[in-house]
Design a protein around this ligand. Structure first.
Ligand SMILES: Nc1nc2c(c(=O)[nH]1)N[C@H]1C(S)=C(S)[C@@H](COP(=O)(O)OP(=O)(O)OC[C@H]3O[C@@H](n4cnc5c(=O)[nH]c(N)nc54)[C@H](O)[C@@H]3O)O[C@H]1N2
Ligand SMILES: Nc1nc2c(c(=O)[nH]1)N[C@H]1C(S)=C(S)[C@@H](COP(=O)(O)OP(=O)(O)OC[C@H]3O[C@@H](n4cnc5c(=O)[nH]c(N)nc54)[C@H](O)[C@@H]3O)O[C@H]1N2
Ligand code: SF4
Ligand SMILES: [Mo]
Length: 677
């Protein structure tokens, strides 16, 4: 009998649902889920091609061990024994700080919960996930400004917005199914503002398109705040009731006039004024943002500037308003909620707060747990390079292709005594590992995933994993057991029951309540319906008020120079996902997007005698990479863009980071480009 199994898309944080149809134990096709509250039956190209990836012949089938250049198939028993012996040896010889663990925002909540628990029971504080490369500035900035970092309103609520301000987000390509909600709002008359250095498909939806220079967002946003204040478009009542710090903010943006901002951003002053008026004066305005805002040395400042703008205009806490940081990976929201972060235990309990530690010590019956913030993902790479970290366990991440300055990442991983990688494919990172453990993919396991809407959804197991691959949950539990740690859970439901007890926002999100569409956290009890809109009755701060935090414009770390006269910005395209280990294995996606390219303005190309399709070399102070030139007016003169879905892009990106959130500056590097003859 064919079965239709409900699953959650394994790619982005939009959290679309679809059915996997199974016949005789094999997934035959996927079917749309018309009653899904966010995706309403729609899916994008990546999800439509997901079975090509699930059944790709490259799937890892057995554990392997590397000696020299030789990869040898070994049994699970040998693999787990070697991993446990290696980690225990590092612990004995160098102490817990010499171990680094990267958890996976591709994995379920239950798996992330167990990975961070394994790390902390082992005694190491060094556990993190790829949120560090993604929304760490939102976690830091929004917690500081608003007391909570989640997306404030669900997608469907965009239909209630009268003005939608999209800044540094290309959701038409990167959360494509969700851009339908903007179209719906537009068809009801909403005004759309898009601020991006590139003319992306998202910008095609814009009534106001602000083509700012990379890394100049604080100037633009502060100028918009200054216009709102000058023109009396602020919400005084809201400011008095719900915020503190208005006078300081007002004086901090006093000199941020539109013409000052024009000089920095390149956006005409009158366009800044009309965008500010549209946003501030509308009865319900929302702000959507993602990597164009966060991946900067000023990432946290950018986020706080946006929070300031929303707060002074009172555009938060109601239908059609809010701040929507669009999360990236399918479960990056959940990985953070579960405490797979250097600075937080589950439920955002601070790792440097002794009372959180005591709470978990008792709950986990542990004799001791590490106190204090651990190393972030990027700091772990540095620590591996200089010998402070000697062993790493990397689950479902590909830092060789996703961390900046790839040459440095490879040197760092090569200098480890032990590298264990757990993935579904032999990634660039896995090719440097001593042990590679084959994991089951999304449709081969069950558990919960939390979308960017804070929507917690149960994904069911449709088929068996290939070969000897096991679920991440099984692997982590068996590794824990070999290390003598109490990690004994029969299945995901048992782990979820522990999460229900220990993470207040998930308390009411029990297995039996998770039907179609799931539940939106905070959901503090089993009778609670969930909370689609945050901050509707004050903020989660000590006094219920949000804080306006002045920020000042600072330029990016690297400026164009004579040697590197262009600004390189990196990001995504619709048809590939992140470092590409999954989507580069889809024949149908590869046919449409086969190679690495670099977008360059036709005027620059003509000057450099580069023609569309030419093989060019892009170089920065870190290294050089070849790509196919794509001449296009999408980028302004002086700016070039490369996606990071193919190896090579992150050879180029800089080490510079945001000092508050640790995110690398993926969006700005000084580069040169020339024809490679
Ligand atoms: N198709 C596809 N979808 C994805 C992913 C994928 O790889 N492919 N990855 C997922 C993940 S992990 C994430 S985090 C999200 C990311 O989703 P997005 O944030 O939409 O992705 P990016 O393309 O990195 O960057 C967004 C936009 O920021 C712009 N930008 C660059 N510099 C600046 C700047 O200085 N200021 C402003 N205002 N804008 C700037 C870029 O031109 C780009 O259009 O997508 C998720 N969805
Ligand atoms: N230049 C540049 N670099 C960037 C960015 C950028 O915009 N520009 N963006 C950054 C951002 S926002 C992000 S989120 C990071 C992403 O960085 P990564 O998380 O390193 O990138 P992915 O390619 O998504 O890696 C996920 C891995 O998990 C594996 N996987 C999938 N499902 C499972 C599973 O169920 N179990 C296990 N064990 N493995 C699984 C996949 O095969 C893949 O290898 O990249 C960052 N790097
Ligand atoms: S928008 Fe995101 S979650 Fe939805 S189908 Fe596409 S990749 Fe999957
Ligand atoms: Mo991301």
């Amino acid at each position: 009998m064919p079965r239709s199994v409900p699953t959650i898309c394994p790619y982005c944080g939009a959290g679309c649902g679809f059915y996997v149809n199974v016949e005789k134990g094999r997934a035959t096709n996927i079917e749309y889920m018309a009653d899904h509250p966010a995706s309403e039956g729609a899916l994008c190209s990546k999800a439509n091609a997901s079975l090509e990836v699930l059944y790709h012949p490259d799937r890892l089938l057995h554990p392997v061990k590397r000696s020299g250049d030789q990869l040898t198939r070994i049994s699970w028993d040998e693999a787990l024994e070697a991993a446990a012996r290696g980690l225990a040896g590092t612990l004995r010889r160098f102490g817990p700080d010499a171990i680094g663990i990267l958890s996976s925002s591709k994995c379920s909540n239950e798996e992330n919960y167990l990975i961070q628990k394994l790390a902390r029971l082992l005694g190491t504080r060094n556990v993190d996930n790829c949120a560090r490369l993604c929304h760490a500035p939102s976690v830091v900035g929004l917690n500081r400004s608003l007391g909570a970092a989640g997306m404030t309103n669900p997608f469907a609520d965009l239909a209630n917005s009268r003005c939608i301000f999209v800044i540094g987000s290309n959701l038409a390509e990167n959360h494509p199914v969700m851009s339908r909600w903007i179209h719906k709002a537009r068809s009801k008359g909403a005004i759309v503002i898009v601020a991006d250095p590139r003319r992306t498909p998202t910008s095609w939806m814009a009534d106001h398109f602000l083509q700012l220079g990379p890394g100049t967002d604080v100037a633009l946003i502060n100028a918009m705040a200054s216009v709102a204040i000058e023109q009396g478009l602020i919400d005084r009542q809201f400011l008095d009731l719900w915020t503190c710090g208005y006078q300081e903010l007002k004086s901090s943006v006093k000199d941020c006039t539109p013409s000052w901002a024009e000089g920095i951003t390149g956006v005409p002053a009158e366009d800044i004024v009309s965008a500010a008026q549209a946003y501030a004066a509308s009865p319900a305005s929302s702000i959507l943002y993602s990597m164009g805002i966060t991946q900067h040395t000023t990432g946290t400042d950018n986020v706080q500037a946006l929070a300031n703008l929303a707060l002074i205009c009172g555009q938060i806490g109601r239908e059609g308003t809010g701040l929507l940081p669009l999360r990236g990976q399918n479960n990056v929201q959940g990985a953070c909620d579960m405490g797979a972060l250097a600075e937080f235990y589950p439920g955002y309990r601070r790792a440097d707060d002794p009372s959180s530690i005591e709470h978990f010590r008792q709950a986990w019956s542990a004799s001791d747990l590490p106190v204090g913030r651990g190393l972030t993902a990027t700091e772990m790479i540095d620590a591996a390079a200089d010998g402070r970290i000697r062993a790493m366990y990397i689950v479902g991440e590909d830092p060789v292709n996703s961390e900046p300055h790839g040459g440095h990442t490879i040197t760092a991983l090569e200098s480890l005594d032990l590298l264990v990688v757990q993935d579904i494919f032999m990634t660039a990172t896995a090719s440097h590992a001593d042990l590679v453990l084959p994991a089951a993919a999304w449709a081969e396991k069950e558990g919960t995933y939390t979308s960017t809407e804070r929507r917690v959804q149960w994904s069911c197991r449709a088929v068996d994993p290939p070969g000897e691959a096991r679920t991440d949950l099984q692997i982590v539990c068996s590794l824990g057991k070999r290390l003598g740690l109490p990690l004994d859970y029969p299945d995901a439901s048992a782990v979820l029951a522990e999460i229900n007890r220990l993470v207040p926002a998930y308390q009411g999100i029990t297995r039996d309540r998770l039907g179609p569409g799931g539940l939106i956290w905070p959901c503090p009890s089993v009778n609670h319906p969930g909370t689609p809109i945050l901050h509707s009755s004050g903020f989660k701060t000590a006094d219920g008020r949000a804080t306006l935090l002045p920020v000042h414009y600072r330029p990016p770390a690297e400026k164009p120079s004579e040697r590197f006269p262009f600004t390189l910005t990196t990001g995504r395209i619709a048809l590939h996902h992140n470092a590409g280990s999954m989507t580069r294995r889809s024949p149908s996606l590869m046919q449409r997007a086969p190679n690495l390219f670099v977008e360059i303005n036709p005027a620059d190309a003509a000057r450099l005698q580069i023609e569309d399709g030419d093989d060019v070399e892009v170089s920065t102070a870190r290294g050089r990479t070849r790509a196919a030139a794509r001449t296009t007016g999408r980028v302004s003169p002086g700016v070039v863009f490369m996606p990071f879905h193919f190896p090579g892009t992150n050879i180029l990106t800089p080490d510079a980071r945001d000092s508050q959130a640790g995110i690398p500056e993926f969006k700005v590097a000084a580069c040169n480009i020339s024809r490679s003859d």
